[in-house]
Design a protein around this ligand. Structure first.
Ligand SMILES: [Zn+2]
Ligand SMILES: [Zn+2]
Ligand SMILES: [Zn+2]
Ligand SMILES: [Zn+2]
Length: 259
């Protein structure tokens, strides 16, 4: 089964506060079951919170390419590292910022950084990616070990970092620990589009995150056709990830390609 081409001209933008990356993002897989980087073959690293898998090497390459791509970067005179000025326009990511020299790897007096550019490349520790679905239970189990970091994250999670909206006002610790997406900045929408190939109207749901599940909503295993496309043989739904925006379109209503 091959994927149809859909006319995306009037496509909805599910993450209006983030810009589409100028270069594709290869450091995450569209299949959450993958343990080896689909792009370079390195083992994936887990984020400290929510256990999202990403490739350190590809992330580093991405940041380097962004440097080369952009004229808007500066060099940190103290560490000599190049700081990317505008990366936060593209990625919503929480980092652990280690203090001072990068040669020191002990995690002490850690601060949660919301700005990837503040971090030296060598001591880049990803707490979690906001644009990727996380696993709530892992956050809970690791809570005791890494409580300081998590408290910082929980504190910073009170407000949306993209628009400043208050996300949770209460004091319930279970809710506080939960992964939250701002309803101003992460929009879910649906609509109808015409397939350029079949000329049929098909339904589409725009998700504001990178839907890296390996199972369909019907619990069937999804069939991967590329590094950003998969479908369910049972329900005929297609999931198409955008490696520039880390968003996912779900397309319904395709019955048979050969028709
Ligand atoms: Zn890689
Ligand atoms: Zn927001
Ligand atoms: Zn299905
Ligand atoms: Zn996109």
């Amino acid at each position: 089964m091959e994927l149809i081409n859909v006319n995306q001209e009037n496509s909805f933008n599910p993450t209006p506060k983030l810009k589409s990356s100028p270069i594709p993002i290869f450091f995450v897989s569209f299949n959450g079951d993958d343990n080896i980087c689909i792009h370079c073959g390195e083992k994936y690293t887990m984020t400290l919170i929510y256990e999202q898998k990403y490739c350190k090497k590809c992330l580093s390459n991405y940041l380097t390419n962004m440097d080369n791509d952009s004229s808007k970067h500066k060099t940190d005179t103290r560490s000599g590292t190049v700081i990317i000025d505008n990366i936060n326009m593209y990625l919503d990511v929480y980092l652990l910022k280690k203090d001072l020299e990068c040669s020191k790897y002990e995690i002490s007096e850690t601060k949660v950084s919301q700005n990837i550019q503040e971090c030296c490349r060598n001591c880049l520790i990803i707490l979690f990616f906001k644009q990727i679905i996380g696993r709530y239970h892992n956050f809970y189990y690791n809570y005791q070990d890494l409580s300081t970091k998590y408290k910082n994250v929980i504190e910073s999670e009170r407000y949306c970092k993209l628009c400043g909206k208050l996300l949770y006002q209460g004091t319930d610790h279970y809710i506080m620990r939960e992964f939250k997406l701002c309803s101003n900045c992460y929009l879910i929408s649906s609509g109808c589009i015409e397939s350029t190939l079949t000329k049929k109207v098909i339904s589409i749901v725009y998700l504001p995150w990178w839907e890296n599940t390996s199972d369909c909503y019907c619990y069937e295993k999804l069939v991967f056709t590329s590094n950003c496309q998969k479908y369910c043989e049972n329900c005929f739904i297609f999931l198409i990830g955008c490696r520039y925006c880390l968003t996912t379109n779900i397309i319904f209503g395709i019955t048979n390609q050969s028709q």
